[in-house]
Design a protein around this ligand. Structure first.
Ligand code: ZN
Ligand code: ZN
Length: 458
């Protein structure tokens, strides 16, 4: 069988459009659209038979694609319409192909005596032809891995679903105030609902104690049944803290990108009562369904600062790839801490210097501290102290700085945690010692977090 015999066999199954004919021969030659291939074969068959090409023309609607191959333009227009309000640099087109068309493609090949999967599939041609047009009109590039948007052609519904993939903003934050958790902290008593069951039914009008708290979040739109009252533990807000780094930084970013929602990912987290100062802590804010992607980083930094009311500041903002989320979460990072330490008895400068010298460069063995999540297994692990120095403020107080490996429990390094951490400052001094104030001054990755490979130009 020559290609002409094959072409005759396919055309004889008619009415089949040029694209559907050509698609069955998609692996032959290159630089041609399937429609060009089909047209060329049709003409060649006519030449070979020495008959008018009219004899071999499409007569009526193509039964294989049901006319869809004549509608690439229409589908491209629909995509562009659906994307009109969306900012994108990369796209991908996908199609939900009705089972009937898929079956027709197989039937054509079977009837012509071809393998079932000869040439190209209808779906692949439609995605490519529509995608090519979308790219040309919008000046954007196709990306099969992680496009900014995915246009899903729904042939049965005659419409296009646009899926907008998240955008990511990297930066470093400083937390300038104590008592602020990094992320929302739902109340563990009521599970964030802000409600508890009423204890006793003495008087059903139990709502009088409403304190006018303005925290709406968890309660909005839910009806309070007569048997519920505000949770005592959290005062009915559902949260133990009225704000968090997340809540003070995410909304301006979501707004700048005109997104639907945002998620905060931090490179570890400091204790609620610790400040994060110095060079700040790396984070990524993931914006869901952003309709804008370009950001003015300086403007956004100022907006966040304004929104956070001086409690949190951010710097070094830049658009990041999705891999940056994993990077901030997984990259090993050392930390620099500054602590105010209180001693149970007076300490002299020389003793403090000796104790710190013993910790400087030491490997510390720590059992899981009692204050840490009880569900975490109690085990001994070791962490390095890279540097420890400091000086007395007065005989009962000192200011100490420690550089330590990620995961070092630094409050326990000072207190000794009832001998669960050794060596410790208290152990070296033979005097009880407690951290009364903690600041994190730096979070440094084993390699820089802000690797350009993980950042986009803005
Ligand atoms: Zn067709
Ligand atoms: Zn509660």
């Amino acid at each position: 069988m020559t290609i002409l015999d094959d072409a005759r066999a396919v055309i004889a199954e008619g009415p089949v459009c040029d694209a559907c004919v050509g698609r069955a021969f998609a692996e032959r030659s290159f630089g041609l659209s399937n429609a060009e291939r089909g047209r060329a074969l049709r003409v060649t068959v006519a030449l070979d038979a020495d008959e008018s090409v009219d004899e071999f023309e499409l007569d009526g609607e193509c039964w294989v694609c049901e006319g869809e191959c004549a509608r690439f333009e229409t589908w491209a227009e629909r995509c562009i319409g659906a994307l009109s309000e969306v900012d994108l640099a990369t796209y991908q087109v996908g199609t939900r192909v009705p089972p009937l068309i898929e079956a027709n493609d197989r039937l054509l090949r079977e009837s012509a005596g071809f393998p079932e999967d000869a040439g190209e599939s209808f779906k692949s041609e439609l995605n490519r032809e529509v995608g090519k047009r979308v790219g040309e009109r919008t000046g954007t590039a196709v990306d099969f891995e992680r496009p900014d948007v995915l246009c899903l052609l729904n042939l049965e519904r005659e419409d296009v679903d646009v899926q907008i993939n998240p955008a990511f903003v990297y930066g470093r934050y400083r937390k300038l105030e104590r008592g602020l958790p990094q992320t929302e902290w739902p109340c563990r008593v009521c599970g964030g609902s802000g409600k508890q069951l009423a204890v006793a039914a003495d008087g059903e009008d139990g709502d009088g104690e409403d304190d006018g708290s303005t925290d709406g979040g968890a309660n909005d739109g839910t009806e309070r049944s007569a048997a519920e009252e505000p949770c005592e533990h959290c005062g009915g807000s559902g949260y133990l803290y009225e704000a968090s780094v997340e809540e003070l930084t995410v909304p301006p970013v979501v707004e700048a990108m005109d997104g639907a929602a945002g998620v905060f990912h931090g490179a570890g987290r400091e204790d609620v009562d610790a400040r994060m100062l110095g060079t700040g802590r790396p984070f990524v804010i993931e914006v869901k369904e952003p309709r804008r992607r370009a950001i003015d980083t300086e403007e956004l930094e100022a907006e966040i600062e304004d929104f956070a009311g001086g409690r949190v500041a951010v710097e070094g903002l830049g658009r990041a790839t999705h891999e940056m989320v994993e990077r901030v979460k997984e990259l090993d990072a050392s930390k620099t801490y500054r602590m105010t330490v209180e001693f149970a008895e007076p300490v002299v400068e020389e003793a403090l210097a000796d104790a710190l010298a013993a910790l400087d460069g030491a490997t510390i063995a720590q059992r899981t501290p009692g204050r840490v999540d009880h569900r975490r297994a109690d085990r001994v692990r070791t962490r390095e102290v890279y540097r420890a120095d400091g000086e007395l403020d007065d005989p009962r107080h000192a200011t100490i700085e420690v550089d330590g490996a990620g995961g070092l429990y630094v409050k326990e390094l000072v207190s000794g945690d009832a001998d669960r951490t050794a060596p410790s400052l208290a152990g070296q001094l033979g005097v009880d010692a407690t951290v009364t104030a903690l600041d994190v001054l730096a979070v440094e990755g084993e390699e820089p977090f802000a690797d350009p490979a993980y950042l986009h130009g803005t």
